[in-house]
Every structure is written in structure tokens, then in C-alpha cells.
Design a protein around this ligand. Sequence first.
Ligand SMILES: C[S@@+](CC[C@H](N)C(=O)[O-])C[C@H]1O[C@@H](n2cnc3c(N)ncnc32)[C@H](O)[C@@H]1O
Length: 248
Amino acid sequence: MSNLHNSDGENSYQYNWHAQYDPTKVDLSIVALKSLGLGILISVNFTMMVLSACNIINSSPAITRINGYLIFVSVFYLLEFFSTCLFNNSETDDDSFILNDIDLHIVHVVSILEILGKTWLFPSFIIDFPIIGLCVVFLGQFSRTLAMYTAKESFNHYIQREHMNKHKLVTWGIYRYLRHPSYFGFFWWFIGTQLWLGNLAVLALGLFKLWNFFNYRIKFEEKFLINFFGQDYTDYKSKARTGIPFIE
Ligand SMILES: C[S@@+](CC[C@H](N)C(=O)[O-])C[C@H]1O[C@@H](n2cnc3c(N)ncnc32)[C@H](O)[C@@H]1O
């Protein structure tokens, strides 16, 4: 057990650092297979980007962008699993990679199709903000992983509907400035990936879907948080913003 203090020094919570994952929820062969697959994706795409930058292979700019995109996506999935493992171990399961989310896979396929189609059909029509995209991807990923690190056992991939003892109201660290830093992170990570690819259609459609998703999810999640923490959550809500445009 380790005693963690919030940055105000007001409360201290006992985090169960030694909570073991539940072996019935984790099939190690599945974890190894998924990690290996994502690791291979990162290595292959990174190698292609380096070889192309050194002019050893001849890769088109669109392929290089897709290489980068596949690295961002693979790192995202790996961090989902390993952050859960490290910071909220007892909640780890095979799905902690969130690789089972079919909608996200559709987004990946359509994103790749848009950049390929656009390059092929309208080669002169290019919106190009790769460096801004890269920075926004880093910002988003950083915010999401920092949220998982900060909230530890209070962070769960599934919205909690019943209050458990280990679930404390987190108002320190990044949560002091952002009320939903993991959602903020994912929202901006997505925008960054599409700026990197130069995709307008997926950006516009994805933003519409994602904004509606988070608008609904935050309201839904906060009903339970107000139930669990009452006035403390209402006070916190009035101080910290979401960082997602037009979501109070
Ligand atoms: C996927 S996590 C997302 C957490 C938060 N919405 C964010 O974006 O960082 C969802 C779980 O976090 C919990 N949660 C959200 N905000 C919290 C806070 N400030 N303190 C403690 N738990 C929180 C919710 O009860 C829910 O079970």
C-alpha cells in the first residue's frame, strides 16, 4: 500500500498498488498476441518511415502519412492496456486494449481510404498540416495517459454506476484544470490524426460523431458522479472545464 496525497495536501487516499489483476479476466496468450501485433505494426511502419526519409526506399507522401497514422493508433491501443495494467491493475482485462471497439476500426479504415482516394483522384487538392497534426496527437495522447496515471483506481473504461470504496473524487493534477482529461485527450488526438493525414471528410464527420458522443457521455457520467460525491462534484464541476468546445 502506498499513501498518495493530492496536490492540495487536503486529502490522502490509500491506493491499492498491489491489487492484482484478476486472472479470470486476463488471458495472457491474448495479451501477448495483441501486444506482439501492435509492436510489429509500430516497428514495420517506423522502419518504413526511416527508410523513406533516408531515400533507401521510395515511398509516396501518402504512404508515409499512413505509416505515421498506424504508429499513433498502435501506440494508443498499447497505452490503453499498459496504463490500465500499471495504474488500475485490478481492472485489467483482455479488453483493456479497447481493440474490440468496431467503430474505431471503421474510422481507421475510412481514414486510410480517404487519404489514398484523395491522393489518387485529386492529387492537387491537399490540405497539409502534418506538424500541427503531430503536435495535437502528442497533446491528446499525453492528456489521456496522464488522466489514467492521475486517477489510478478511480479511472475505469466502463462508466461506474455503483459507488465502490476505492472510487475517490479526483480533483488534482490534470483534473484540476480539465474535468474530463481522457475525453479531452481522445477528442484532440482524433483531430490531430486527421490533420496529420490531411483528411477533411473524416475530420468533419468524425468531429460531429465524437462531439455528440462525448456530449452525451459526459452528461450521463456526471449524473452518477453527482450521486456518488454530491456537492463536492458540483463544486468541482463549476471550477474545471471539459476543454471540448461547446461542452460545458
Ligand atoms: C473512462 S473514465 C473517464 C474519466 C474522465 N471522464 C476523464 O475523461 O478523464 C470513466 C470513469 O471515470 C470516473 N470519473 C470521471 N471523472 C472523475 C473524477 N473527477 N473523479 C473520480 N472519478 C471520475 C467515472 O465515474 C467513470 O466511471
